[in-house]
Write a protein that binds this ligand. Structure first.
Ligand code: ATP
Length: 323
């Protein structure tokens, strides 16, 4: 790796609360060490089109508490083509950008890896509410999203109790049920349905509700991860089978917004600074991750090949405590 002078930073894929805190840490740590810091708007699309500004200490002021991403984000099919990559590298050369910090998910790291093959020094930072990045235990935005869901669960529980109803709540997570399982435990759900596990509606949803009713329960909560889908149909089925009035709520994009939690601000700040420290130490083409509770940097190819399964102890805990 040659001498480091100028670091670009972008946010890519789905937005997540805490991306701004992370960006702030990248920019301020970079400036602290004397690097020129370049903010790239709208992800890889902005890199291809030169939508780039030099960042100052002030340009990341007053953003630590803001959700979303001030740089904005985009998904770009063109960038994944050879022509798109060439465009991006040409722009990077015009700006004399030797390094690039990408805040996003696995898809964004694949793009970064392709840029690394063309000579860019890249670092990936995990930003997504779903906690679905294989190499890391924690992603920036995950804690805030879970707190948003928990707040909704507590509100739904009040009305569910008052009317002695059952509520089916669909939460985000297309392929990963991390939000669902943790919020199921924290919200006291009778059943949690995850994309990682096959489920039998009679055994896994109807039976715990009926058993609970026989033990004196007055209201019920079922959490579904988005990837399982069918909240409205499942609610109908529960009502038919149990005679308990059942309502479906799909939380949707509300889970992506809001002011980041303390945890997301602190983790974003620590991981953002760690990204710059990693480059400064002469390591590039790395993903910043949390493993065994520690912040580490991993080779990008190895990180992309890792697999992360659901924690079956959490699944079992949620089942036991639902009684
Ligand atoms: P999220 O988990 O929030 O969806 P992500 O980073 O996985 O985040 P993607 O939409 O998969 O989101 O990827 C973001 C962008 O990265 C894409 O729009 C594309 O420009 C680029 N990208 C994704 N996959 C590749 C790939 N295989 N090669 C090159 N670039 C890619």
């Amino acid at each position: 790796m040659g001498e480091l002078k100028s670091i670009g930073v972008l946010t890519s894929g789905g937005d997540a609360p805490g991306m701004n805190a992370t960006l702030r840490a990248v920019v301020r740590t970079g400036i602290y060490y004397g690097y020129k810091m370049l903010g790239i708007h709208k992800g890889y699309d902005g890199l291809m089109h030169g939508d780039i500004e030099e960042m100052s200490l002030r340009s990341v002021g007053d953003i630590i508490q803001r959700g979303g991403t001030i740089l904005q984000t985009a998904r770009s099919a063109e960038f994944a083509t050879d022509a798109g990559m060439e465009k991006a590298m040409n722009i990077a050369n015009v700006y004399e950008m030797d390094s690039l910090v990408v805040i996003g998910g696995d898809g964004s790291y694949r793009g970064a890896k392709d840029l690394a093959a063309r000579g860019m020094n890249v670092i990936g930072l995990p930003g997504t509410i779903d906690n679905d990045i294989s190499c890391t235990e924690y992603t920036i935005g995950y804690d805030t999203a879970m707190n948003t869901v928990l707040d909704a669960i507590d509100k739904i529980r009040d009305t569910s109790y008052s009317h002695e109803r059952c509520s089916v709540l669909e939460v985000m997570g297309r392929k990963a049920g991390w939000i669902a399982i943790n919020c199921g435990i924290a919200g006291g759900a009778e059943a949690v349905v995850l994309p990682e596990n096959p489920f039998d509606i009679d055994q896994d949803i109807i039976k715990p509700i009926i058993d609970g009713r026989n033990r004196g329960k007055k209201h019920y909560l079922v959490i579904l991860a988005e990837g399982v889908g069918g909240a409205v149909e499942i609610a109908k089925y529960i009502e038919e089978k149990t005679d308990i009035v059942t309502r479906a709520t799909i939380l949707g994009y509300i889970q992506r917004g809001g002011s980041p939690s303390l945890m997301d601000r602190v983790m974003g700040s620590r991981m953002g600074a760690f990204a710059v420290e990693t480059l400064r130490a002469g390591r590039s083409n790395r993903i910043i991750a949390v493993q065994g509770g520690k912040i580490v940097d991993l080779d990008i190819t190895e990180a992309l090949n890792m697999k992360k399964g659901m924690d079956m102890e959490l699944v079992e805990l949620s089942r036991i405590l639902a009684m």
